[in-house]
Design a protein around this ligand. Structure first.
Ligand code: FA5
Length: 344
């Protein structure tokens, strides 16, 4: 009987191609009322001299059955994964715009669209495009930018610190200035777009994760007029119409002199709304002449070179360009919202 049982089991397990039938088979052979147990129960009727040997054999069969079931289960799970991989296969090298998102026309996120437009504008003026890490150290986010630990300016940007208190999520793309100076010999000019992170109270114009685009130019005899020229070119290319801007003094430890370039709010036409906090103006583009301490920290010879830098608020620029009245739409993940923007 034992021999028959194991032959029958071996052929049955060969037929199994689903987890559910495997579990049924396990119950049929190894369950409390299963075939093997029935045989074990009947051992007591066997001749005493055979009992020991029968006991050993049935135990070996039990181990074989359990083993085969485990192996089969592992195999079925691998098959399942392979089947899923086969079914859900995607060519990730395809451009996003042709991937089927189940929408009428797939497109880029408006921040990406504007970011690429700006990159093209600066590329055409001979700038490089640089990148930097989201997780930074104190040196690149603060110290090299002339903001020592005791400086009150550290409180201007509410920082997400890591537990080690040495690393942080970068609070601004000015970190890219430092990394750019470390990697390049002057003269150079580059822009560096990217995500930045601040522990902020959220409202129509403030997000905790948002985007900036840093710019820096270092060379001989760079002046405020160079800075203003590039800012004007940027804005006229992006808006393709005259927009009202105002330049006022601004304080940032890494520039001297520093300016705040505000744009007249295009949501309310300067009348006052929740985006501009009823002021009619939106802070968009702080900038200034790079502080010598920053150039020195970046290894630039300040006897020979100077420079300017700016830090554009990309999300706010996108809001002004498209008339978006709340920054939170941008990061809502709402496809109906995102699909309104034309592909780049
Ligand atoms: C800075 O981050 C400086 N690093 C900019 C800079 C660079 C100045 C180079 C001088 C030279 P500020 O904290 O003001 O500055 O942020 C820059 C821009 O980012 C703001 O003008 C605004 O457009 C945008 N911004 C700031 N906070 C938020 C926020 N919480 N949500 C969305 N946009 C924001």
């Amino acid at each position: 009987k034992l021999e028959e049982l194991i032959v029958e089991f071996r052929s049955a397990i060969g037929e199994v191609d689903k987890k559910a039938s495997l579990f049924d088979l396990k119950a049929e052979y190894l369950g409390k009322k299963g075939k093997l147990n029935l045989i074990l129960k009947s051992l007591k009727d066997a001749a005493p001299e055979d009992r020991k040997e029968l006991g050993i054999r049935s135990n070996n069969y039990k181990i074989e059955i359990q083993d085969s079931i485990d192996k089969k289960l592992a195999q079925l799970e691998i098959d399942e994964i392979n089947e899923k991989l086969e079914k859900n296969w995607q060519d990730i090298t395809l451009r996003d715009s042709v991937r089927d998102l189940g929408m009428n026309s797939a497109g880029y996120h408006p921040v990406t669209i504007i970011q690429r437009e700006i990159e093209d504008i600066f590329l055409s003026m001979g700038f490089d495009i640089l990148d930097g890490p989201h997780i930074e150290d104190e040196f690149h986010n603060f110290e090299a930018l002339n903001i020592p630990a005791t400086h009150p300016a550290r409180d201007m940007q509410d920082t997400f610190w890591f537990k080690d208190m040495e690393h942080l999520l970068r609070t601004h793309t000015s970190t890219i200035q430092v990394r750019g100076m470390e990697a390049h010999k002057p003269p150079f000019k580059f822009v560096g777009p990217g995500k930045v992170f601040r522990s902020e109270a959220l409202d129509a114009s403030h997000e905790a994760v948002f985007h900036q685009l840093e710019g820096m130019m270092v060379g001989e005899n760079i002046s405020v007029s160079n800075l203003i020229f590039f800012m004007k070119t940027l804005l006229s290319e992006i808006f393709k119409k005259d927009v009202n801007v105002r330049l006022r003094p601004g304080f940032f430890p890494f520039v001297e002199p520093g300016f705040e370039l505000d744009i007249e709010c295009l949501i309310c036409g300067g009348k006052g709304c929740s985006v501009c906090k009823q002021t009619g103006w939106v802070e968009l583009l702080p900038c200034g002449m790079t502080h010598p301490n920053v150039l020195k920290a970046g290894g630039v010879d300040t006897d020979k070179y100077n420079g300017f830098a700016f830090g554009l608020g990309l999300d706010r620029l996108v809001m002004m360009r498209y008339g978006i009245d709340d920054i939170r739409h941008l990061h809502s993940g709402n496809l109906a919202f995102a699909s309104q923007f034309k592909a780049y």
